[in-house]
Design a protein around this ligand. Structure first.
Ligand SMILES: Cc1cc2nc3c(=O)[nH]c(=O)nc-3n(C[C@H](O)[C@H](O)[C@H](O)COP(=O)(O)OP(=O)(O)OC[C@H]3O[C@@H](n4cnc5c(N)ncnc54)[C@H](O)[C@@H]3O)c2cc1C
Length: 108
């Protein structure tokens, strides 16, 4: 897993020396006895605050994150993936809300 990630970073950024991670963990939740897994925010985390920061973790870097796992609400659902993507595009790339989306539809 670490080698694959390093290979992808090398290819994407055209750099040779990728530092070793401090730690790397992999868990296949679809294996027995679990049979599957899904994302949930930790107890006491305020997703409506954290999810905003996650969409662009470093304000001086052009790295953006979206997807179901990072949705403030509707985690685990396609709607969560679409909402985080729409919010990320509107906030960071100044895209207008699509006209077919009702004005009252809450993206947060
Ligand atoms: C069996 C099942 C049934 C479901 N049924 C429903 C349903 O009925 N309704 C509903 O709303 N939701 C359903 N879901 C959930 C829904 O599929 C997900 O919430 C949604 O697909 C998440 O979209 P996403 O873009 O956030 O992530 P994903 O669809 O997981 O997309 C992530 C992408 O990133 C790629 N990727 C990962 N790592 C790398 C890497 N290092 N480099 C490059 N690419 C990488 C992956 O290959 C993948 O294409 C279901 C999920 C499952 C598993």
């Amino acid at each position: 897993m670490v080698l694959t990630v390093q290979d992808q970073l090398k290819e994407l950024h055209q750099v040779e020396n990728i530092p070793q991670p401090y730690i790397a963990v992999f868990k296949n939740w679809s294996a027995k006895p679990f049979g599957g897994g899904f994302h949930f925010w930790k107890p006491h985390i305020k997703p409506w605050e954290v999810a905003k920061r996650v969409r662009r973790p470093k304000q001086n870097e052009n790295v953006y994150i979206c997807g179901e796992a990072y949705a403030a609400s509707e985690q685990t659902w396609v709607e969560g993936a679409l909402k985080t993507t729409e919010l990320m595009l509107q906030k960071n790339f100044k895209l207008e809300k699509p006209e077919w989306l009702s004005l009252s539809y809450n993206l947060d």
